[in-house]
Design a protein around this ligand. Structure first.
Ligand SMILES: [Zn+2]
Length: 117
């Protein structure tokens, strides 16, 4: 449905700046930033491509709003890493990033079913 897979930029400097040094990859539509020597590259890129799909569905701005609103609500209940992992957009990406065929079969707005109260 959405064949676009993002433009991959392998650059340690921009990855560090954009993720504040916290991530091995970050997606800011239409770009996927990963480190020059990232391990598990296929899984990492697949993870970030799931975020590309989510960002298209949520018209980017909706993704940013949902991501941070969920993060801050989670953060009131748990530590920073757990709050990040509990974001529904991340839960979908982590649950499926090892399935390299996932984006071919994924339903639109699939992240909704990963939302947990
Ligand atoms: Zn992610």
């Amino acid at each position: 449905m959405f064949p676009f897979k993002g433009f991959i930029i392998r650059n340690n400097f921009w990855l560090k700046v954009l993720s504040l040094g916290t991530a091995s990859g970050i997606t800011i539509f239409p770009f996927i930033f990963i480190g020059k020597k990232s391990t598990d590259r296929l899984i990492l890129v697949n993870h970030e491509r799931i975020h590309i799909r989510q960002q298209i569905e949520l018209l980017f701005l909706g993704f940013i709003i949902l991501y941070f609103v969920e993060y801050f609500i989670n953060r009131m209940k748990m530590d920073a890493h757990a709050a990040y992992r509990a974001i529904s957009l991340e839960r979908e990406a982590y649950a499926n990033d090892q399935n390299l065929n996932y984006l071919n079969t994924r339903k639109t707005f699939a992240f909704i079913k990963y939302y947990k109260k």
